[in-house]
Design a protein. Sequence first.
Length: 171
Amino acid sequence: MAHELACVVLSLCNEPGLVAAVRSLLAQDTPAEIVVVNSGGGDPGATLREAGISIEVTTRHERLNPGAAETLGKAGVNIEGIFGLAVEGKGLAHVLVEDGATARRALQDAGYEIREEPEVLVIDIEDRPGALGEVTKRIADAGVNLHFLYLATRTRLVLGPEDLEKAKAAL
């Protein structure tokens, strides 16, 4: 079966709601590739097998901290945009916030490592086919490489260009 969607289900210590969460994804009309990432112990693979579900499970024995968004919310920081991925088993994210100092302090106090704080370009973008292509072509034509890009709230595009000033001039 061809998958149109990939879903990662995060589980902490083989949570009781894991089977229901996976079943809800399996019941969707859109075929999805589902991977469970469990940390902190337990055996979610066995739990899922007992429920008649056979999917990939990745286990990290140490507890991973899933609460960066919660940490920022408790500090009164609004997340305007976020991009995240796993690199070599560790979470990596770029979080767009208005109050960077408060966000940095809250995350560091909670034990998160802030590796860098790259300057980004945030622009409004139309929600229509081809709009993103027009923006990225202008930046490419100016000879600027992008380290990352993602959409943020209110249909804004966040760009992490190699050269911020050249990217600004291109737009």
